[in-house]
Write a protein that binds this ligand. Sequence first.
Ligand code: SF4
Length: 114
Amino acid sequence: MSSNKSVKMSEDEISKALAKAEKEAEKKDHKKIWIDKMMKSAKTYYKLCPYYDKKTSSCFLTLSSTANGENKCTREGKYENCPIFLAFLDGKYQEYTSKKKILPLDFLDLAQSM
Ligand code: SF4
């Protein structure tokens, strides 16, 4: 009997682990969908990256984190698939969801909330 119980327990554990993995995957999907949406929305407003300073070729998103001039945009403001831009959106997603705030559906709403 005790062996049956231990099998059952491990089945429980497996299903718990599966449910957890599914939840994680759902979260990931949700984040990806939202990031894609923000990227698409940003592109309707900005041809070049909104954080790109054309005059100095600087990236505003890295400006505060680097004090030694290592803040140049190497992409000439082409932000599609830019890891810095994506990391920014990722961070915003974490910020909103951890505070249980409603995620903006328009990039301008997100940019204004900065
Ligand atoms: S590095 Fe990326 S986020 Fe920064 S200005 Fe360039 S395109 Fe924009």
